[in-house]
Design a protein around this ligand. Structure first.
Ligand SMILES: Nc1ncnc2c1ncn2[C@@H]1O[C@H](COP(=O)(O)OP(=O)(O)OP(=O)(O)O)[C@@H](O)[C@H]1O
Ligand SMILES: [Mg+2]
Length: 304
């Protein structure tokens, strides 16, 4: 597969246009491509409504939630929060389980019904919120994966799944269901060790994409270590997200990538927003490639 065909599938343009061939683009997919400034293509039109992106890492605090909520907003998708810890995506979104009588994630798993995402009002992603009891009520990996595939099919929108750190059953299920698994990587000794453990445990079969996060400098030995991991396990390294001090103290529930009332991104957030756009484009590019490879593999299987 040449780079030019990938570039064609995800090509930057000032204006979203509908390709002359193929199905019409859904309004939601149109919003996603417009947010990212990407041209529509038949492959993207087919992929977006069924796209599943999981954000996972074996180490806590590396930026899973930050990246997941921004990706979900940019793709006009549904943020599925599978992390039960306080301080995760659900709380950050402004949802307080204490104030609710229902628990959408637990209720959906109990009943087998598809949860209705809460609206983010166009300034943050729509959400399927988590619940503290998910810690002891999470299904086995296989069932979690099947459930997410079912939700994806029923909702017809991209799902971006935030996960609990480590290889717990719900995270393994989300990894198994994904077209792309975004793995935030911090260039620090312990974080890299955890990344190596994750790559070793998941080796083969899972479409991981490393995204360097909270990068302040480019320490040579840590970069070499990551390069080695990338080569050894054949895991591509995606765009870099720098360290942005404002993120740690941010109280707003709206996505950083959502323009405020003024329609402008504040100057201090502009670099992070640009970096997140690059991550989202790379995720789409990778998903298109993975979907193609999967389709080719299935065709070959039929000929054996
Ligand atoms: N690029 C960045 N620059 C600066 N701070 C960041 C960046 N990415 C994330 N952070 C901050 O680091 C902290 C941890 O990030 P986050 O909560 O996204 O990590 P996590 O991997 O989801 O953690 P956990 O495993 O606890 O769920 C947060 O305060 C977040 O705002
Ligand atoms: Mg988190």
């Amino acid at each position: 597969m040449s780079d030019s065909t990938v570039g064609e599938a995800v090509r930057s343009t000032a204006k979203v246009t509908d390709a002359p061939n193929g199905a019409a683009i859904s309004p939601r997919a149109h919003t996603a491509l417009e947010r990212l400034g990407i041209a529509s293509s038949p492959e993207l039109r087919a992929l977006l409504p069924r796209l599943i992106v999981t954000v996972a890492a074996w180490k806590g605090g590396v930026g899973k939630t930050e990246i997941a909520k921004e990706l979900a907003y940019l793709l006009d998708g549904v943020l599925v929060d599978l992390d039960w810890d306080e301080g995760g995506a659900t709380r950050n979104w402004g949802y307080r389980h204490e104030a609710r009588t229902t628990a959408p994630l637990l209720d959906a798993l109990d009943s087998g019904r598809v949860p209705r995402p809460l609206s983010g009002g166009g300034v943050r992603a729509d959400l399927i919120p988590s619940h503290p009891d998910f810690a002891i009520n999470q299904p086995a990996a296989d069932r979690m994966a099947t459930t997410l595939e079912h939700w994806s099919q029923a909702l017809g929108r991209p799902l971006v799944i935030d996960t609990h750190p480590g290889g717990v059953p719900s995270t393994m299920g989300a990894v198994g269901a994904a077209h792309v698994v975004v793995v935030p990587v911090n260039l620090e000794t312990r974080a890299l060790r955890a990344t190596e453990g994750m790559a070793q445990e998941l080796q083969g079969g899972f479409p991981l994409l490393f995204v360097l996060n909270r990068v302040e400098a480019a320490p040579e030995s840590e970069l070499k270590q990551l390069e080695k991991l990338s080569e050894m396990f054949d895991i591509p390294v995606g765009p870099v997200v720098s360290s942005h001090a404002f993120l740690k103290r941010r109280k707003l529930t709206m996505a950083v990538c959502a323009p405020g009332r003024s329609g402008e991104i504040p100057a201090r957030a502009a670099e992070f927003v640009g970096e997140m756009h690059d991550v989202a484009k790379r995720v789409l590019e990778t998903a298109v490639l993975n979907a193609r490879a999967q389709a080719e593999g299935e065709t070959e299987d039929q000929h054996v």
